[in-house]
Design a binder for this molecule. Structure first.
Ligand code: UDP
Length: 494
């Protein structure tokens, strides 16, 4: 047993949006399972989405706890419990939640000063933690919640600006300096890259903080994107550890999979599981656009008909916009029809995604190319229909379609966050049905794609077993942080 003074104390500072927070919590739990003393700083409502897992780890003897801070809901006029970007149903509400998150800095600084950890694992969106770590004389790890591929792509586009001076914003160009020829249009680039705005300036501060970090943690694995892992390390000149897929590593049983990122337990979803259990293996398509995206009514109608006209059973997770949105009747009728025919199952707002993807009846996914959804699908060995929406999702699509060759693009053309998207339907029902037929079909091309996806899934599982690449990376990182702690201790005594 290590004495208390030898034990490594690591503080995790997650950013409250599911795509960032969920993988960081998984990673924090992995650190605790491998001997680090872990504290997660977060607010009440956010803690409620993962506290059961933390309690169960703690009760199994892993040193992990949550340190609560107060979200300024009342001050901002936000309803109680609205403390996460996923709760924003309008542009105005999203603005207030972001403001509330930025107001947490002082409280977080106090906890850091108070607890004097040996390392801070910080979400990328808190650039100021570089200074906090410097004050404490400890390493700061930058937690990036997407792929090496997207990080390198965005880096070289920012550096060489190949999207400027093109004839049109729909003209394809190659992303410079990548090991593969990857073509993209200017309209598919992040909104803040296309047109400079306040967020572009904030991102520059973030990238600058990345360069000054001790290293970066990636929820990825060597076998998936080794060329880009290498390129990232050589380009950024900082260390990087691939420790994923963290979800598969830490959430082993169905109870854990179902409650991941969610305060409710499995029983609530049992009607859904009965439905899924009644389906043949690999026959169901899972359709989800992640934790944030809310589709326009016109797009919902196209997707509904696209799915209904396809020959596939499906589960569709729908997140609605504000309540006064018209068209409620359409979805009610659609849900009723799907219930009667047993062809489709609609889940409102939040699905036990990892549980569903790992279910033997699930055979493919329609994804918005959020990195976590991609990794979770890969771990389940699923090929995907790619329908990127915003941020770095279009780069992730290119990785799946052009590099790994396990993605069928639906034909998404414009990079835009849901709250600023108009009311048009961007992708038509015919395109959706066509992509579904290719993904789930029995042509050679479809079978090959599924074979490649399964192979990547096997590699993902191997990487987190003892002796696997991600396993070794995590052990090496924890050892390195312990050595740094010992050296600091020696410096102090000298
Ligand atoms: N998620 C979930 N149920 C949902 C929606 C999302 O469990 O109904 C989880 C999903 O498994 C993933 C995360 O939330 O871990 C979403 O992250 P991702 O990077 O896929 O996309 P984002 O939500 O950031 O766009």
């Amino acid at each position: 047993m290590e004495s208390q003074s030898q034990q490594l104390n690591v503080i995790f500072v997650p950013y409250p949006t599911p795509g960032h927070m969920i993988p960081m919590i998984d990673t924090a739990r992995l650190f605790a399972k491998h001997g680090a003393n872990v504290t997660i700083i977060t607010t009440h409502a956010n803690a409620s989405t993962f506290q059961k897992s933390i309690d169960s780890d703690f009760n199994s003897g892993h040193p992990i706890k949550t340190q609560l801070i107060q979200f300024p809901s009342a001050q901002l006029g936000l309803p109680e419990g609205v403390e996460n970007i996923k709760s924003g149903t309008s542009q105005e509400m999203l603005g207030k939640i972001s403001q509330g998150i930025s107001m947490l800095q002082d409280q977080i600084e106090i906890v850091l000063q108070d607890q004097q950890p040996d390392c801070i694992v910080s979400d990328m969106f808190y650039p100021w933690t570089v200074e906090s770590a410097a004050k404490l004389g400890i390493p700061r790890l930058y937690y990036y919640s997407s792929s090496y591929f997207s990080s390198c792509s965005a880096h070289f586009i920012r550096k060489y600006k190949p999207h400027e001076n093109l004839v049109s914003d729909t003209q394809f160009f190659s992303i410079p300096s990548l090991p593969h020829n990857i073509e993209i249009t200017s309209l598919q680039l992040e909104e803040w890259l296309r047109t400079r705005n306040e967020f572009s300036d904030y991102l520059n501060v973030i990238y600058e903080s990345e360069g000054r970090s001790y290293g970066t943690l990636y929820n990825s694995f060597h076998e998936l994107e080794s060329d880009y892992e290498q390129l990232y390390k050589s380009t950024m000149g900082i260390k990087a550890w691939s420790v994923g897929p963290v979800s598969t590593w830490v959430n082993k049983d169905d109870v854990e999979k179902a409650r991941r990122g969610h305060s409710k337990d499995l029983a609530v979803e049992s009607e859904l599981l009965n439905w899924l259990n009644s389906k043949e293996n690999e026959s169901v398509l899972y359709v989800s656009f992640g934790s944030l995206t809310r589709l326009s009514h016109a797009q919902i109608v196209e997707l509904a008909y696209g799915l209904e006209n396809s020959s596939q059973s499906f589960i569709w997770v729908i997140r609605k916009k504000d309540k006064d949105e018209d068209g409620e009747g359409f979805l009610e009728d659609f849900e009723e029809r799907m219930k009667e025919s047993k062809k489709g199952y609609i889940i409102w707002n939040w699905a036990p995604q990892v549980l569903l993807l790992d279910h033997p009846a699930t055979g493919g996914i329609v994804t918005h190319c959020g990195w976590n959804s991609i990794l979770e699908s890969l771990s389940a060995g699923l090929s995907m229909i790619t329908w990127p929406m915003f941020a770095e999702q279009f780069y992730n699509e290119k990785l799946l379609v052009d590099v790994s060759k396990i993605g069928v693009p639906v034909g998404s053309k414009v990079n835009k966050f849901w709250a600023s998207v108009g009311e048009d339907a961007v992708v038509k029902r015919e395109e959706i049905a066509k992509a579904v037929a290719l993904l789930m079909g029995s042509e050679e091309e479809s079978i090959e794609m599924r074979r490649r996806a399964r192979k990547i899934g096997d590699a993902a599982k191997k990487s987190i077993e003892e002796g696997g690449s991600s396993y070794n990376n995590l052990m090496q990182l924890i050892d390195e942080l312990k050595s740094l702690k010992i050296s600091r201790g020696l410096e102090k005594t000298n």
